[in-house]
Design a protein around this ligand. Structure first.
Ligand SMILES: C[S@@+](CC[C@H](N)C(=O)[O-])C[C@H]1O[C@@H](n2cnc3c(N)ncnc32)[C@H](O)[C@@H]1O
Length: 201
């Protein structure tokens, strides 16, 4: 894949812009994520939202009863997402952390990545897979949403084919499903996406 040149400087982006204006802003729980939580009857546990950005997914997940850690490389994203959550009784913590060099020292039942994995250059994939494997409990789930190879847009995140997802993860994870979907949000048309369900073997 060729190198993408318009991945933003995340700190600058979150420092300058309101989170509600971001193209990935989606105020509800992602419908694909909601569907698989129901399908696999996952109702509680320790959850990690990687690249939480505006924090909407982490907040929605905590409201369902999960104990959520929400991380992002951008300190401004963490500050704004935390402010958005406000004072709350939810089990929810916002932490600045680079997932490729994570300092988290616990393991999770569920990891959700909505649009973080696909911003990394493909050569970072082995590092990403290694970190996810370390952060996930045995039999834990990784729910991964990324740009699809069917997305014609030639700028922005790296698009993936299902076989590339399999190539990246199959040595350490069982790949339960990969479905064609979209990134729900303000962009029209909504970008084509893959939603992947992986289980640590
Ligand atoms: C496309 S946005 C998605 C935000 C959020 N998941 C959502 O769906 O609203 C990608 C996010 O990944 C974060 N990010 C980029 N590189 C990261 C890294 N190395 N570690 C953690 N977060 C990162 C960015 O700051 C940004 O918030």
């Amino acid at each position: 894949m060729t190198e993408r040149n318009n991945i933003p400087d995340w700190e600058e982006k979150y420092n300058e812009d309101e989170i509600e204006t971001m193209p990935w802003f989606y105020p509800e729980l992602d419908p694909d994520f909601e569907e698989v939580l129901q399908k696999y009857n996952i109702k509680s546990g320790a959850a990690l939202d990687i690249g939480t950005g505006p924090g909407t997914q982490a907040i929605a997940l905590a409201k369902l009863g999960f104990n959520v850690a929400a991380t992002d490389i951008s300190a401004s994203a963490i500050k704004k997402a935390s402010e958005k959550a406000g004072k709350t009784d939810l089990n929810l913590s916002f932490i600045q952390d680079d997932i490729l060099n994570s300092k988290l020292n616990k393991q999770f039942d569920v990891i959700f990545d909505r649009g973080c994995f696909h911003v990394f250059q493909p050569e970072k994939m082995p590092a990403y897979v290694k970190v996810i494997n370390a952060l996930l409990k045995n039999q834990g789930f990784l729910f991964l949403k990324c740009y699809s190879h069917l997305e014609y847009d030639v700028i922005g995140p790296y698009p993936y084919r299902p076989d590339e997802i399999e190539f990246c993860f199959s040595s350490l994870f069982n790949i339960l499903s990969i479905k064609d979907t979209v990134f729900y949000g303000p962009l029209k048309p909504m970008p084509k996406a893959l939603f992947c369900v992986l289980k640590k073997s």
